[in-house]
Ligand binder design. Structure first.
Ligand SMILES: [Mg+2]
Ligand SMILES: [Zn+2]
Length: 201
């Protein structure tokens, strides 16, 4: 839903990151700045991905907008605040994408099925086109199986983190659901990614 912040570089690998439960604590519908708590390792993990040459792209379902629980303007405001905190520590997100739709939305244009609500891959496809990404060299990291799955749908590898809903999700793994790794935190996931890609060369 938002414009990319950096110029496209064809074929660049990316880290697609879920937001709530992955970068910051999942508080249900995050609708106030004072409810934002970034995990203590979040900024370092993003900076590791930056330095390793990945585009970092946040991919977040914000159906609370459609349900009338989150002001539409709040999401870009919040992302600007997170971006500023990252920037102070030399870290950067290259693109922010959120889906405002919800199957039970109150606001008619936001109601029903859309192409972007995870596990639909619309946000990733937009980011791939906007930023010139190579999905097959990319990763999707999140605390729900729909995060892992949406990454796999575009050809990326998926990692589940045990923060947020992750521990519960781990206990209710759908039959046949594959995953590259299940990690305690985004910091651990960063180590897995960097090791895996280094060994590939
Ligand atoms: Mg999440
Ligand atoms: Zn959507």
């Amino acid at each position: 839903m938002s414009a990319p912040l950096s110029s496209p570089a064809p074929g660049r690998p990316a880290i697609f990151l879920d937001r709530d439960g992955t970068l910051n604590e999942d508080v249900g519908y995050l609708s106030e700045l004072s409810h934002l708590t970034l995990y203590p390792w979040a900024i370092d993990a993003v900076r590791l991905f930056n330095r390793a040459g990945y585009a970092v792209v946040v991919i977040t379902n914000q159906g609370g907008i459609g349900r009338g629980m989150i002001r539409p303007e709040f999401v870009p405001e919040l992302h600007a605040v997170i971006a500023e905190r990252l920037a102070r520590a030399g870290a950067r997100v290259d693109g922010w994408y959120h889906c405002p739709h919800h199957p039970a939305a109150l606001v008619e244009p936001l109601k029903g099925d859309c192409r972007c609500r995870k596990p639909e891959p619309g946000m990733l496809l937009d980011a791939i086109a906007d930023l010139g990404l190579d999905p097959t060299r990319s990763w999707m990291i999140g605390d729900k199986w729909h995060d892992v799955r949406v990454g796999q749908r575009v050809g990326a590898r998926g990692i589940l983190v045990r923060t947020g809903w992750g521990r519960l999700e781990e206990e209710t793994r759908p039959a046949g659901q594959e995953v590259f790794a299940i990690c305690d935190t985004l910091a651990d996931a960063a180590a897995v990614v960097l090791n895996a890609d280094r060994s590939v060369g």
